[in-house]
Design a protein around this ligand. Structure first.
Ligand code: SF4
Length: 338
């Protein structure tokens, strides 16, 4: 049996799972994830995390607890800088994540930790991170290099697939890795191409990937909208070259990687004539998100564009979210006919 490396199904899972799954599998490990978020994971996370942490960080703790007795290692990348601009980084909770986990949770298997830091490591930062991981795991250089190449190629294929098929990362992961049979093939083939009848709304759901794609904490907002015949658009469906053009709208880029993407994507969606409104999903207790939400809200206000903010914390009830979204949908449909 190959040794198992565990990867929590939250935070960077939604953006980097294909990369790391390919890399570690090529090196001969079994790369496993925790289960999708559930009540137990959330409650365990809340118990073990400092009280003022945001819900995604509490969840991360819960996912680590879910994995800790089932794997030989837990993989926690330290996200520092992956953008061209050196000042763009990740929030302090991402920067200190491996340390926070070590300090809060006891009896952990070894944590595989590596910094993704383009600012200090240069353009080859990802290769250097993989080389370091290979060294920690005692793998020969050649094998690590081949695994790295394969992983980077697959990650690119995955990202292109999201853009071309207009699907979410969760659906693409199901398609490539989880063998979900015909159900997922139907989703891929359908993409976002619902029939364009009059009642068919287009809504952009913006927010950090670990919030909007975690169906438990977000009250499964994406599927909820789809069941009401709404086409859902998210930032991963926009080509990154197009997304970056919207950076020029602000005098300066924000300091945080995901925050920039959310703001640029919102600016893009506001300009698309077929988009009826934007829902911003934010985390209670998130400093960067408070600013992102305000920027998007102000832009929507100026352009008279429908906007709804949903703030989530561990006490947010599904009923409250659902009621607000239903009201938003009704308002958009009314606006179309008015
Ligand atoms: S960016 Fe906000 S939501 Fe994300 S980890 Fe940091 S504080 Fe939490």
């Amino acid at each position: 049996m190959p040794p198992k490396i565990g990867f929590p199904m939250t935070l960077t899972y939604f953006t980097q799972f294909p990369l790391w799954k390919t890399f570690f599998t090529e090196l001969g490990f079994e790369f496993v994830t925790s289960q999708p978020t559930n009540k137990l994971i959330l409650n365990n996370g809340i118990k073990e995390t400092v009280t003022d942490a945001c819900i995604p960080i509490k969840l991360f703790h819960g996912h680590v607890i879910a994995l800790k007795n089932k794997v030989d290692y837990i993989f926690i990348p330290r996200m520092v800088n992956i953008d061209k601009e050196k000042h763009i980084t990740f929030c302090p909770k991402f920067l200190g994540l491996p340390d926070m986990i070590r300090a809060s949770i006891s009896n952990l298997p070894p944590i595989l930790e590596v910094s993704l830091d383009k600012k200090n490591q240069g353009k080859l930062f990802l290769y250097k991170a993989c080389r370091l991981l290979g060294r920690q795991l005692g793998k020969p250089y050649n094998k690590v290099f081949q695994a790295y190449l394969k992983a980077v190629r697959f990650q690119k294929k995955f990202e292109d697939f999201l853009v071309s098929k207009k699907i979410t990362p969760v659906e693409a992961i199901d398609y490539f890795f989880r063998n979900k049979g015909n159900g997922i093939k139907k989703v891929i083939n359908r993409g976002n191409s619902l029939k364009n009848d009059e009642n068919d709304l287009n809504i952009a759901v913006v927010g950090y990937p670990y919030q909007i794609y975690d169906s438990y904490v977000s009250a499964d907002i994406i599927n909820f909208l789809r069941k009401r015949n709404v086409r859902v658009w998210t930032l991963e469906m926009i080509p990154s070259s197009l997304l970056k053009r919207y950076a020029r709208r602000l005098p300066k880029k924000l300091f945080w990687h995901f925050s920039n993407k959310v703001v640029w994507a919102s600016y893009h969606f506001i300009e698309q004539p077929f988009i009826d409104g934007i829902i911003h999903v934010s985390a209670f207790g998130c400093g960067p998100d408070a600013m992102v939400g305000k920027l998007v809200e102000l832009e929507c206000k100026e352009r008279k564009f429908p906007f709804l903010n949903i703030t989530i914390d561990e006490h947010t009830g599904e009923a409250g979210i659902v009621t607000r979204i239903e009201a938003f949908i009704d308002m958009l449909r009314y606006r179309r006919t008015a």
